[in-house]
Write a protein that binds this ligand. Structure first.
Ligand SMILES: [Ca+2]
Ligand SMILES: [Ca+2]
Length: 246
C-alpha cells in the first residue's frame, strides 16, 4: 500500500515537469534556446574582456561554439552574418586556444583560411591576435583590446524540460531492453522515481531517459546519451516510459 502511494505522487510530479516542457523554452526573454543553453546577442562597443564581463554579469559566459550545428545557429542569431566576440582565446598560452566555458568538443574550429595568425592589422602592436571574433560565418583572431563589435553570451537553461516520446502511430514509444544494450547507454541505475531518473539524466548531460516498472518496488532508469538512436524507438509496452530531455 505504501508503494502505491509513492508511485501516484511520482506520477503527478513527472507530469507537471512535462507540462513545463510544452509551454516554455527554458530561456528568459531575449535569450534564444539551442541544445542545453540559451544565447543572446549583445549590441555593444566593448572589447573582448568587457564583453566577457558583461556576459558574466548575466550569469553567462561568452559563447562556446563546439559543433558545426552550433556555428550555424549562431550565424542565424546574427541574421546571417556575424561581427561578434566569441569565447575562444589564447591569452594564457600563445597558440593554446581555449574556451571561456566548457566545450563538448575542444577540437572543433571554424577559422577562415590563414587564421589564427596571432596578428591584428588594426592594432598598434599587431602581434596580438589572442581573441577570436566571428566575422560572417568564420573566425579570425584579433587583439582583445579592440572595440566596436558585438558579442554573444551563452548560459545554461533555467529549466530543463522533458517530453514524452511517441512513435509515428501516436502511441507512447519505448525501447526494448535488447535494443537498449546496443545504444550508447552509459549508466543503468535502479532508482525509485521518475524524478530521480530525470535529475540523474540532467546531472550527466544525457539526452533522454526511460523508466520501467520492473517489479512491485522498483523503477529501472536507463539513460540515453545518443541523439542518433531515436529512430529505433518502438511501440511502448506496459509500464515503460521514454522521455527526451532538452
Ligand atoms: Ca595568439
Ligand atoms: Ca588574425
Amino acid at each position: 500500500m505504501k508503494m502505491k502511494i509513492t508511485i501516484v505522487i511520482t506520477y503527478i510530479l513527472v507530469n507537471s515537469l512535462v507540462s513545463i516542457s510544452t509551454n516554455g523554452s527554458g530561456c528568459q526573454d531575449l535569450w534564444h534556446p539551442f541544445g542545453r543553453s540559451c544565447y543572446r546577442l549583445f549590441e555593444n562597443t566593448f572589447n573582448w574582456f568587457d564583453s566577457l564581463e558583461a556576459c558574466v554579469a548575466n550569469q553567462a559566459s561568452l559563447v562556446t561554439i563546439d559543433t558545426e550545428q552550433k556555428n550555424t545557429f549562431i550565424v542565424e542569431l546574427c541574421n546571417g552574418s556575424c561581427n561578434v566576440w566569441i569565447g575562444f582565446n589564447d591569452i594564457d598560452i600563445e597558440g593554446g586556444w581555449q574556451w571561456t566555458a566548457e566545450a563538448e568538443d575542444n577540437t572543433f574550429t571554424k577559422w577562415i583560411s590563414n587564421e589564427p595568425d596571432n596578428y591584428d592589422p588594426g592594432d598598434s602592436d599587431p602581434n596580438t591576435g589572442d581573441c577570436a571574433m566571428m566575422i560572417g560565418t568564420t573566425w579570425r583572431d584579433f587583439s582583445c583590446s579592440i572595440r566596436l563589435v558585438n558579442s554573444i553570451c551563452e548560459r545554461g537553461k533555467d529549466i530543463y524540460t522533458s517530453k514524452r516520446v511517441y512513435s509515428d502511430s501516436g502511441s507512447p514509444a519505448c525501447l526494448k531492453e535488447s535494443e537498449l544494450a546496443n545504444l550508447t547507454l552509459t549508466s543503468t541505475t535502479s532508482v525509485r522515481s521518475r524524478i530521480d531518473c530525470f535529475n540523474l539524466c540532467i546531472s550527466v548531460n544525457c539526452t533522454g531517459f526511460q523508466v520501467q516498472i520492473t517489479s512491485k518496488s522498483t523503477l529501472t532508469c536507463d539513460l540515453l546519451r545518443s541523439e542518433g538512436e531515436h529512430a529505433q524507438y518502438k511501440f511502448g509496452h506496459t509500464d515503460c516510459h521514454m522521455f527526451r530531455v532538452t
